[in-house]
Write a protein that binds this ligand. Structure first.
Ligand SMILES: Cc1cc2nc3c(=O)[nH]c(=O)nc-3n(C[C@H](O)[C@H](O)[C@H](O)COP(=O)(O)O)c2cc1C
Length: 253
């Protein structure tokens, strides 16, 4: 059977693309995914918080050097000797590109327009075939309207488009009041695809000790129906690639 398809402008041997997960953290796991037939792989995300937190730590560290005793400064390690989260991510991306034949899609995860997004350019230079932007935001602020949230998506995409020329895939949550219109806005702003859908962690409460439980419950196949429905609704109305965001899943992990 001919399963070839086009995804984010790339020709793929089939439409099976594992979505972002720890499987791309190890080269061995990624090879197993490729050997099992995946036609591309989406990397785990580089998180805005991780980039920002490391930068803040570095600023504090440098400030500490600046304000310390001059002769003692030489005892402190040079901050350039440390590889930060971004560097580790790029090294992993390069290693995946060397080890695999299938395309590798890098992933950024964040919510606010800002400097962290400039790291996309380095991802492109490190060989990413495309970029996925996961705006993992639970819009809990009672003062922020839906249209402001939508505008933020467009702003982030526009900012990202200025950084890279590789295709950009927007990973969406199902929580938009007008999903079809949102997809149209993203297409107009230059997205090449949308992933339907991200799945937010849902913490539970243990009623015996009244503590939050953070056990990860993997999805069940019935949850695929929401994405299937939207893929069907959008089919023929947009030129974007629309993969169902599908990570696995019959077993945890
Ligand atoms: C352990 C685990 C790690 C994940 N890591 C990421 C990640 O780094 N970036 C991202 O965009 N999505 C991540 N996801 C979300 C998945 O890519 C996927 O969108 C989500 O699990 C919905 O698909 P599913 O219903 O098949 O689980 C992760 C999911 C799990 C379970």
């Amino acid at each position: 059977m001919d399963l070839t398809t086009e995804y984010l402008g790339m020709q793929l041997k089939n439409p099976l693309v594992p979505s972002a997960s720890p499987l791309s953290r190890s080269i061995d796991d990624a090879r197993r995914v490729e050997d099992a037939g995946a036609s591309a792989i989406i990397m785990y995300s580089l998180f805005e918080e991780a980039v920002t937190a490391e930068e803040e730590t570095m600023v504090r560290f440098l400030h500490h050097q600046d304000t310390g005793f001059a002769e003692a400064d030489s005892f402190l390690p040079n901050h350039y000797d440390f590889s930060n989260g971004q560097e580790r991510y790029l090294e992993n991306l390069q290693a995946l590109k060397q080890a695999l034949e299938i395309p590798v899609v890098a992933s950024l995860n964040g919510t606010t327009p800002g400097g962290w997004i400039t790291h996309a350019e380095e991802m492109e230079q490190a060989g990413a075939d495309a970029l996925e932007l996961n705006i993992y935001q639970v819009a809990a602020d009672i003062e922020i309207s839906g249209s402001e949230i939508e505008q933020r998506y467009i702003e982030l995409l526009t900012q990202l488009k200025q950084q890279v020329s590789i295709p950009i895939n927007m990973k969406l949550s199902p929580a938009f009041s007008s999903m079809a219109n949102m997809v149209k806005l993203l297409e107009t702003a230059g997205a090449s695809g949308v992933s339907l859908f991200n799945r937010f962690y849902q913490p539970d409460i243990n009623i015996d000790n009244l503590r939050l439980t953070t056990n990860l419950q993997t999805s069940i196949s019935a949850e695929a129906l929401l994405a299937m429905r939207w893929i069907a609704i959008l089919h023929g109305r947009t030129k974007l690639s629309i993969p169902r965001c599908y990570r696995r899943c019959t077993q945890p992990g």
